[in-house]
Design a protein. Sequence first.
Length: 319
Amino acid sequence: MTSTSMVTGALGFIGSRLTAQLLEDGYDVIGVDCVTDAYDASEKFMRLDTLRVNPHYRHAGVDLADAPLDELLSGVDVVYHLAGRAGVRDSFGSAAKYRHDNIQATESLLQSARRAPTVRRIVYASSSSVYGNAKLPFNEEGPTIPLSPYGQSKLDAERLCLEMDGDGMTTTALRYFTVYGPGQRPDMGLRLFAEAAILRRPLKLFGDGTQSRDFTYVDDIVTATRLAADCSASGVAINVGGGSRITLWEVFEILAELTGERLAIEHEPFARGDAKHTGALLDRAETLLGFTAKVDFVEGYTAQVRWLQSLLRDARRTA
Ligand SMILES: NC(=O)c1ccc[n+]([C@@H]2O[C@H](COP(=O)([O-])OP(=O)(O)OC[C@H]3O[C@@H](n4cnc5c(N)ncnc54)[C@H](O)[C@@H]3O)[C@@H](O)[C@H]2O)c1
């Protein structure tokens, strides 16, 4: 008998990539995604068209916070809980939406999963935003000081998941560090920078460009997420990072080279809620998951920029 996984947020950037991989490896997948208004829905519907081609994919277009989930969870072995409202800056002024999609949705999913006799593991997509400006490298045992309603909502949901560990259902929270690669969300920096460069428009730089990020390629994130389904440790948070830090100025140099364009930069004040630097301590990921990132930044960003160039070419052709 094939094993059935549930992926929440299956039409999202990371969830769709995870779902595609599970299907490729012969799993039955129930994808839950209500297509929120967080960004252009057409990208999500394109992903749905691709996933639906596989007869082992079943889609449930329901909101996790309000829909009955017991029937959907029947026969499910592992729940990969990636549904959520992402984005730091947008969360100021929209805290209620973030609470709904990140906390209430998680609470409701956990209650139903607890009742489902077959669910043995929940893997939760948490975030490096829970750390704020903590001391580098960010350590799972160190303080969490979120700087935004988004970061706070991810921390609250993570706690709900970890509290639920035990009694036949185990839980793990993965703290993803800025995920990038083909399919990246349209509101994320690396995509906005690349789009501006390709379209020869000025790109907006918030802050002085010396801020740095531990960027993690989407396929590495998917690998770690799948490893978490079967690792022996549970009830813990685990960092998942790319293994190195890079400043925005370094990103711009690489981007100029990849696109052959001279970048025009518009300076904006440092954005509220953004951490100055992020960097993951990866000891837990290595020992508990057996995970190390494989894709370095230049290789990964090249793949993302080539994907975006082709997406924009197709959009021009159909316009
Ligand atoms: N992308 C990153 O860099 C990053 C970093 C850290 C953590 N994360 C977390 O990883 C997860 C996936 O991120 P992503 O970048 O793929 O985001 P995404 O917005 O592309 O995907 C999230 C999906 O969840 C769905 N969703 C949201 N609320 C829902 C609800 N109440 N019911 C059903 N579906 C709902 C959305 O429609 C969307 O398709 C999120 O939980 C995010 O917080 C992402």
